[in-house]
Design a protein around this ligand. Sequence first.
Ligand SMILES: *[C@@H]1O[C@H](CO)[C@@H](O)[C@H](O)[C@H]1NC(C)=O
Length: 120
Amino acid sequence: MGNFRTMLLPLLFVLLCAVAGGRGEAVAPGGWTPIPNIQAPHVTEIANFALVEYDKRNGANLKLEKVIRGETQVVAGTNYRLVLATKEGSSSATKNYEAVVWEKPWEHFKNLTSFEAVQG
Ligand SMILES: *[C@@H]1O[C@H](CO)[C@@H](O)[C@H](O)[C@H]1NC(C)=O
């Protein structure tokens, strides 16, 4: 009996560590992770989706200059929070916006859930 306990406790400890360790590798729920490769085609696709959607909803004509930075969050799909440098129509002035796009790739679903002017 005593022997069983001394075996079981370390085993439980190892199991708990494995579970905790596995979680540690994944993204913390609600946490935002910087996108390492901001030039990835899929990031550009998300950015263009955000601008086309914003233009459509607001009768604007914002064009993507470049993605400045971005983060993702895992939420039944992925939230992309991107800072975009844009130009309005033929104007040469650059204006930055922070766009949040929610994507569920397996449903080919994307939605622009937030779009705000930002500094820098
Ligand atoms: C997309 O996001 C907007 C803003 O959050 C929301 O009003 C709208 O219902 C969403 N559309 C879909 C199809 O989920």
